[in-house]
Design a protein around this ligand. Structure first.
Ligand SMILES: O=C(O)CCC(=O)C(=O)O
Length: 335
């Protein structure tokens, strides 16, 4: 079965004022009517180079409790490494369709890796205005280079360099999340697999859309990961849900956007919040983003960290294998 890619649909709908009906969201989801504008409420921006580690820890813990999402600046990843990652990803999506299809996710495969378009329709039979490429970038034993584009030739080097730098940032964030709850600095990272933690890269490609008021790039969701570290391009589109409203996340050059995911919410017994977010699309410009999901190994059991449990604060979540959590979430089964 040939899958129609959103990139192809977008180029056919370029000069039109309509989009296929399966992309028109239900009224209660349409971005034009559900986004709160004109309100000055910005997601926290945290300077990771601040000399006072205590201040960094407090800011990260507060942002993770209040928003579940924050941006980090001065994180130590050189802007060149980020630019290169973006450049090679963009070049891949600009290749002729048949070259991209070489990397298509095999049909029936259990793994998410590969080039693709979300196949399941959502509530109301709706579809997302996006294509994607998934592949693991760390640890070496988890990598399948079959899903890493060979073209452009510098794709591998750019991703390896980014992965190396990203691990340093991820470790700092894990430490702050631990210290922010009064735990030892390595407790969060160990609880999600330590050095076996899997770094899953995704590239989202959201082509221009003639009706950005009616479509969504990605429907509202929380990430299953522990947390996610995302690089966007300069076209805004990420929105976060807070206090019953959808807010735009500002684009800050060279910042990384951190999404607290379901596993950190579970480990913290609900003290940190997994963030509900979605993406909008643009009429004239292509939006792209590069989230890396930090995922526990499938067999690892995750539940609230025992030290955080007291009589007054009993466990709010079940302890279960990560793979079972994923299965329930993907199949919309109770956890
Ligand atoms: O593109 C973005 O900014 C968000 C991406 C995202 O939420 C996802 O891929 O799950």
């Amino acid at each position: 079965m040939e899958v129609e890619r959103v990139q192809a649909i977008a180029s056919q709908s370029k000069c039109m004022d309509t989009i296929p009906s399966e992309f028109i969201r239900l009224e209660n989801e349409q971005p034009a009517t559900t986004t709160l504008h004109g309100v000055v409420l910005e997601v926290p921006v945290i300077d990771l180079s601040h000399p006072d580690l205590g201040k960094i820890v407090r800011s990260i813990a507060e942002a993770s409790r209040e928003w579940g999402l924050f941006q980090v600046v001065n994180h130590g990843i050189p802007s060149k490494a980020i630019e290169k990652l973006q450049e090679v990803g963009k070049e891949f999506f600009e290749l002729p369709q048949e070259e991209k299809e070489v990397y298509a996710k095999p049909q029936g495969s259990e793994s998410v890796e590969g080039y693709g378009t979300k196949l399941q329709k959502e509530v109301g039979g709706k579809k997302a205005w996006a294509d994607h490429l998934f592949h693991k970038i760390w640890p070496p034993a988890a990598i399948n280079y079959h899903f890493w584009p060979k073209n452009p030739p510098s794709y591998r080097e750019a991703n390896e360099e980014y992965a190396k730098r990203l691990r340093v940032v991820a470790d700092k964030l894990f430490e702050s999340l631990s210290l922010g709850l009064g735990l030892e600095r390595d407790e969060f990272k160990e609880a999600v697999g330590g050095d076996d933690l899997i770094y899953l890269m995704k590239i989202n490609y959201y082509p221009p859309c003639p009706r950005p008021d009616l479509a969504l790039g990605l429907v509202a969701h929380t990430d299953m990961s522990s947390f996610t570290i995302l690089v966007p391009n300069e076209v805004p589109g990420l929105q976060v849900f807070k206090d019953d409203h959808w807010y735009d996340v500002n684009y800050i050059p060279n910042a990384l956007i951190i999404h607290i995911g379901d596993q950190v919410e579970i480990l913290s017994n609900g003290m940190y919040k997994s963030v509900l977010h979605r993406t909008t699309v643009n009429k004239d410009k292509t939006r792209m983003s590069w989230p890396v999901f930090l995922e526990p190994p499938p067999e690892l059991e995750i539940g609230p960290i025992p030290k955080l449990i007291t009589e007054e604060n009993p466990p709010k979540y079940k302890t279960k294998k990560y793979k079972d959590y994923v299965y329930c979430k993907l199949n919309k089964l109770p956890q």
